[in-house]
Structure formats: C-alpha cells, structure tokens
Ligand binder design. Sequence first.
Ligand SMILES: Cc1ncc(C[n+]2csc(CCOP(=O)(O)OP(=O)(O)O)c2C)c(N)n1
Ligand code: SF4
Ligand SMILES: [Mg+2]
Length: 307
Amino acid sequence: MQASIDRSNALTCGHRACQSCGEALGARYAIDAAMRTTGGQLIAVNATGCLEVFTTPYPETSWQIARLHSLFGNAAAVATGVAAAMRIKGRPEVRVVAQGGDGGTTDIGFGCLSGMFERNDDVLYICYDNEGYMNTGVQRSSATPPAARTATTPALGPEPGNVFGTGKSVPKIAVAHGIPYVATASVCDLHDLERKVIKAMGVRGARYIHINVPCPLGWGSASHDTIRLARLAVETGLFPVFEAEHGLVTGSRKIRRKVPVSDYLKPQKRFAHLFSSEEGARRIARLQAIADRNVIEFHLLDDGGDA
Ligand SMILES: Cc1ncc(C[n+]2csc(CCOP(=O)(O)OP(=O)(O)O)c2C)c(N)n1
Ligand code: SF4
Ligand SMILES: [Mg+2]
C-alpha cells in the first residue's frame, strides 16, 4: 500500500512535524482514505493547530488536496459553508472534511461543532486528539487527562498536574446529538481508522471521528514509542475505541490483554511526578478506576478479554 503509485498521498513529504508525530500519521491515513472514497472530490477545512502549522509554512504546502485554513475556532462553521456552496453550485459529489486538534474541537470550536451536528450538516469532522494545545507550547485543553503535567497544569502544589473531575468527552457528546455516525480511532490500528473514514464518507449528514494521536513533544515520550503508547491507551481502557450510529453505540474494539494504566503512564514525562510519592500512587489508582469504568461502559472486555 505504502509503495503503490495509485496511493492518493494527500499529505506528502516535506512537512515539519516532529519525528514520530501521531497527528501527521493519523491525518495522512484519514485524508487518504477520504480521498480514495470520493475519487479525489474532496475539500478539507483545517483549524489552526500543529497540523495546519507544520504542513503549510507560507508559501509552501505538503497537502495535495483542495484545502482551506479557517480560524482556530470555526472549522466546523467554515466546512458547513463549503458544503452549502457545493450544494448550491450543483456539485453534491464534492465532499467536505473539517479537521482540528483537541483544543480547536473540544474547547474553542465546540459551539460551531455542536451547531454543525444539530443541523446535521453534510460534513465529516475529524478531531486529532493529542490531549493538549501542542502548537502553542503544551497548554491544557478539556481533553487533557487528569494528573497530566502541562505548561498550565504544573506538577506542583496540592493537586499536581491536571485536576481530576474536569474535562469532557466530545465523542460521547457527539453521540448525544444523535448524528448519523460517530467513531473513535487510534493510530495504533490504521486499518480500523481507514475503515471508519470510508464508512463515514459513505453516509450523508454530520459525522464525527475522534482519533487518539500521541505527541512525543507534549507527552515527553520517546519517538519510537508513538505507536506503543497509542496501543497502550487502548489496551488499558483509557481510550475506548467505539462506533455509534444515530445516537446509539453499535460496537467497540475489544481489549485483547488488559494492561495496568501504569504501563501506559510510565514512559511519559508528563506523568513522571506520579511515580515518586504515595500521593502519586493514589492518583495512579484513580486513573486506573477511570480505565476500569470505560471497560464497563463500552464493553471492552466482552467477547473474550482476559483481564
Ligand atoms: C482565537 C485564537 N486563540 C488562540 C490562538 C493560538 N493558537 C493557535 S493553535 C493553538 C493550539 C492548538 O491546539 P490544538 O487544537 O489541540 O491543536 P494541536 O496543536 O495540539 O494539534 C492556539 C492556542 C489562535 N490561533 N486563535
Ligand atoms: S508538537 Fe506534537 S502534534 Fe505538534 S508536530 Fe510535534 S509531535 Fe506533532
Ligand atoms: Mg492538541
């Protein structure tokens, strides 16, 4: 597949992402799959964020698709406008994808996104979730996990790292809008990611895919660990991989061998403070409880896991 000359290669070489950037990998596979499904009749709208910055340092671009850079917070609204323009021009075969990071999606762009969902606009929105505002220096977003150290949640004081009990699950909020298709995916399973993009492009109306994309710079992890960490996020239960249609969860990717969350946390410097005190151990136990809850909520061990 990689070597095939027929490969669409929407995001080509020459971009400036960090080595082993999960976002670059996820975007390339997602947009390539959308390109193949639409026969190249695709327009992408991109919120501000690492993906936009590392692919388009003016006057260069690594994209080989029609693409618009929106503002940080309005990619969903701009994509809605592009889809409406294509409809009015009598070009319904031209499909629209909007993409943004977790900050652009779960925080600043959330109102526009919810509007796009409730109007059931004909757009696939893809969120590349690296759990922080990485482009501007690793600040906390509402997708940052509890206890994680970021530039704005230092590992100091009575509640070191990001505060427990904060944040939100946009995939679950998307499901609650009752839109035709919602899925989560990971760069540790690119076939599953491609399958979900292809499925989403086969549907009209509002669709949402939320992809977990490790960020070596923001997470303080080794570049060779990007895929291992993505897999551990899934195999611990911390990042549940599931699909939903019209408001109902229809399936989830089963955990083959459940892994303790400490195996996932330890290789990341953003969680290093958890491994040096009894208080840190209590916080690891609270993160384990979150993973265990996800396992129950999304039936991650049904049909043959061995916890
Ligand atoms: C209105 C506005 N506020 C702030 C910024 C600065 N800004 C640009 S990208 C970014 C962070 C992006 O984070 P995220 O959406 O998670 O994408 P990532 O870089 O992590 O992929 C910020 C704060 C901006 N461009 N516009
Ligand atoms: S900071 Fe993170 S998301 Fe941004 S290019 Fe580097 S690895 Fe990728
Ligand atoms: Mg981010």
